[in-house]
Ligand binder design. Structure first.
Ligand SMILES: Cc1ncc(COP(=O)(O)O)c(C=O)c1O
Length: 367
């Protein structure tokens, strides 16, 4: 990709281009950091959103205790980029990935989630053979019904297996309430978090009664960070999307008011086949739409009505509007994470001027 010169107007950047409004991103980072500054729970932001060590270091400088990753590949990029403490909030399964993770643990503090005794055994064997120590959280299903053992006795049973396994360090529990993060009404989300995260906290109590030291209890997304982060016993919050926000999160009560959308896709009109239709150069290979079509920033009278691979169709409510080929628009993605994952670069813009071009180093790192 050709890097444009810094200092140009954002409208002179070639398209499609993923823009960050740096002022907004910095405010979002500060808002979340300020919230956690005096709380017992600390932030361990999820990198699945920004996928960039440079932004991770900004979060750490603001008080984050390390980073949360979804995959071994993301963890490698963070550690190679100088992050010293990573949690892979996911199961690391299979000989090759396990080997990568235990080797990484020689260079940083690495913790993984487990929900299966065979996986514990395989991690233990690899860690012992490599001479590295891998931290382990037992993942508890708090109602999302994705991964995780059931709360209470099943979690205690697995925790004891981890404790007995050579090469592994039992560090605590994780329970991600992903089924609650998008609950629109704050009061409903709060009540549901108290109920479901309560199971995780009760499980912590059970483990402690059985003599286990539970150093970490990790949970939380952007929609629940300020709720789950206040529940006594929670030690770490894994929120990630707050850095940029996206169209879907912006509508969530208690979140949309605190954080603003920093990420947009610059696109340009390539055709106006009729007075009420324009076609832009951003299709589904530039912006994802599993959470709904993007919106056109600053133009409520324009509506994205379809995305094919390289084209986006935008319906114009007003046929007399002056817009033609070459004009540029910004689209707000409904889902930031998956859109970022298909781009190589961020174009960091401040007050309309290009200030930075950053590589999205962990984009595509799903292995
Ligand atoms: C394990 C885990 N933790 C935390 C999050 C939080 O992410 P977000 O900030 O997007 O709500 C996610 C989202 O997918 C997740 O899968």
């Amino acid at each position: 990709m050709i890097r444009p010169p810094l200092g140009i107007d954002l409208h002179d950047i070639d398209t499609p281009a993923l823009l960050i409004d740096l002022d907004v991103m910095e405010r979002n980072l500060q808002t979340m950091a300020d919230f956690f500054k005096d709380k017992p729970a600390k932030l361990r932001p999820h990198v699945k959103t920004h996928k960039t060590p440079l932004i991770a270091h900004k979060q750490i400088a603001l008080g984050a205790i390390g980073m949360t990753c979804a995959k071994a590949g993301e963890a490698e990029i963070m550690v190679w980029g100088g992050v010293k403490d990573v949690l892979i909030a996911n199961q690391v399964v299979g000989r090759e990935k396990i080997q990568r993770v235990v080797c990484l643990a020689r260079h940083a503090t690495v913790t993984v989630a487990v929900d299966d005794p065979v996986n514990v055994h395989e991690l233990s064997q690899a860690a012992e053979a490599t001479g590295a120590e891998v931290g382990v959280l037992v993942e508890v299903n708090v109602g999302m019904n994705r991964c995780g053992v059931e709360p209470a006795e099943p979690a205690l049973h697995l925790a004891k297996e981890v404790l007995a396994a050579k090469g592994l360090k039992f560090r605590g529990l994780m329970g991600y309430e992903g089924h609650l993060v998008f609950k629109e009404k704050f009061a409903e989300r709060e009540a549901a978090c108290q109920r479901d995260i309560g199971r995780l906290i009760d499980t912590k109590g059970l483990l402690e009664q059985s003599g286990l030291l539970v150093e970490i209890v990790s949970s939380g997304g952007t929609g629940t960070a300020m709720i789950t982060g206040m529940i006594p016993g929670i030690t770490e919050i894994q929120a990630g999307s707050y850095v940029f926000m996206d169209g879907r999160y912006k509508s969530i009560e208690g979140v949309g008011e605190r954080f603003d959308c920093a990420l947009t896709l610059l696109t340009q009109v390539v055709s106006r086949p009729s007075p009420t239709l324009i076609v832009v150069d951003a299709g589904m290979k530039a912006i994802t739409h599993e959470f709904g079509y993007p919106t056109v920033v600053g133009h409520e009278d324009m509506k994205v009505v379809s995305l094919s691979e390289e084209h986006g169709k935008i319906q114009l409510a007003d046929p007399s509007v002056r817009i033609r080929s070459g004009d540029k628009l910004r689209l707000l993605p409904s889902h930031g994470d998956t859109t970022i994952n298909i781009h190589d670069m961020y174009f960091g813009v401040r007050r309309g001027t290009l200030e930075q071009v950053w590589e999205i180093a962990a984009r595509g790192k799903f292995v």
